[in-house]
Design a protein around this ligand. Structure first.
Ligand code: GLU
Length: 453
């Protein structure tokens, strides 16, 4: 079964880049009838906060990205310990004693000589005595995973095609700090094995992590770490998507802080975000598709490009407006002003950019309205309109044709004073739809008031 996961660290709210990764994994899983896991990467006890875990759940729920299973790394520490023991027994983990300053100095020297800043494995060649001496000095080691340098690491990336890494050009990653806490690399691999993850789709900033993790998968399998379920014996399929950048092409701070709360406040609908993010950076056209099944149908990793995907807030606004114009009454009714029914929504819908704006137009129906001052000739015209008004199936059509006939007015001279008298505005929703909502008595009263004003 296809199993994908979204693995945010609860150190902040989801931003648009995370939302995109969540959506794509959700689509991969759901499209295949598979399972979508929400994995909370909270091994960093200091930076992880419960309020962000709640916010992540809320945001995903608001977006309609439902998960089949939730996992938390903080509750799986015994599994990481077991993996650590297995890899250590297999000689794939070793203690290292350098301080952060020492490592930084080594890096500077390498860079100064024009060499790649790869960890020199000094700790690997320590003798037992040397190690014992360090520990006697009270130096507590951190732990590195020993990469196998024998052959290149390759995989078929779902977006980037064949990938090939020379492991000798990668540093043996630190997987555990001196205080025993875990860095991202090993827990994530252990989880992907235990949870039977078959697809890992993430940002291209993880490409070199994947090279390392592929060796971890193989090492853990060789150590019979996941012997209890064969399905987990495979290395997942990996795909790395180009990062999301601002429309100017930059990795921007703003994008890093733009999340569901800001979108919601601005009246952006989840479906607009989904429609945009499902196709941004792909060869498919970005369109205001409100039907998620249709988006899912066309979702295909082979359409993803290698160039950074450009996120433009103005494009989101445009898609949002087009989506709002398609939204059925049932989808918005809880958010409409009191008393506004389906006919009311349909009347104002083409004039709003957000659902919240329905309120402004609805005030034209419920009143009170502001009325502009009219010229004498228009006042006479409006008095005639008040007398002419007759209530039938199409009161606006009947009123305007009768007035056209009787006064010879046409175009703006015919329509504008009526609209202004009836709504206080010189533009707005279709009067044919609005007038029945205003109602006969109120409409006549407004015309009479305007005529007398
Ligand atoms: N917590 C990691 C991150 O947010 C997860 C990366 C992954 O998908 O493996 O970058």
């Amino acid at each position: 079964m296809t199993t994908a996961r979204f693995a945010p660290s609860p150190t902040g709210r989801l931003h648009v880049g995370n939302i995109r990764t969540a959506l794509h994994n959700w689509m991969l899983a759901k499209r295949a009838g598979g399972s979508f896991i929400l994995r909370i990467d909270d091994t960093d006890a200091q930076r992880s906060r419960e309020e962000f875990v709640d916010a992540i759940r809320e945001d995903l729920a608001w977006l309609g990205l439902d998960w089949d299973r939730e996992e938390r790394q903080s509750q799986r520490l015994d599994r990481y310990e077991a993996a650590f023991d297995a890899l250590r027994a297999a000689g794939r983990i070793y203690p290292a004693y350098e301080t952060a300053q020492e490592l930084e100095l080594k890096r500077k020297i390498q860079l100064g000589r024009g060499l790649p800043p790869v960890y020199d494995r000094a700790a690997l060649s320590l003798t037992d005595d040397e190690r014992a001496a360090k520990e006697a000095e009270g130096i507590v080691p951190h732990w590195r995973f020993r990469l196998d340098h024998d052959e290149p690491i390759t995989w078929e990336d779902g977006i980037r095609g064949t990938q090939k890494f020379d492991p000798a050009l990668l540093s043996d990653p630190v997987i555990r700090r001196a205080d025993g806490s875990w860095l991202y690399m090993l827990p994530s691999t252990v989880d992907d094995i235990d949870m039977g993850v078959t697809q890992v789709l993430r940002g291209e900033d993880h490409v070199s992590n994947t090279a390392v993790q592929i060796q971890m998968f193989t090492a853990l399998h060789a150590a019979e770490f996941a012997a209890q379920h064969d399905a987990a014996k495979n290395v997942p399929d990996f795909a790395h998507e180009a990062l999301l950048v601002s429309k100017e092409g930059k990795l921007s701070k703003r994008l890093g802080s733009l999340g569901c709360d800001a979108f919601r406040e601005r009246g952006i609908e989840p479906e607009a975000i989904i429609a945009l993010l499902a196709r941004l950076g792909t060869s498919l056209p970005v369109e205001p598709v409100a039907d998620r099944a249709a988006l899912m149908e066309s979702f295909d990793l082979t359409t993803f490009g290698r160039a950074p995907a450009k996120f433009d807030e103005a494009e989101l606004d445009r898609i949002n407006t087009a989506i709002v114009h398609q939204m059925p009454f049932d989808a918005v009714k809880e958010r409409l002003p009191a008393g506004m029914d389906e006919t009311g929504w349909h009347a104002v819908r083409p004039n709003v950019k957000t659902v919240a704006e329905a309120e402004e137009w609805w005030r034209l129906v419920t009143g009170p309205i502001d009325r502009p001052a009219f010229l004498d000739e228009d006042r006479a015209y409006l008095a005639e309109a008040a007398r002419t008004l007759e209530w039938g199936d199409d009161p606006w059509g009947a009123l305007t044709s009768a007035l056209k006939e009787a006064t010879g007015r046409k175009g703006k001279a015919l329509f504008l004073p009526l609209r202004q008298a009836l709504t206080g505005m010189d533009h707005g929703p279709d009067m044919g739809e609005l007038l029945p909502l205003i109602g006969e008595d109120e409409a006549r009263a407004r015309l009479e008031l305007a005529a007398g004003a």
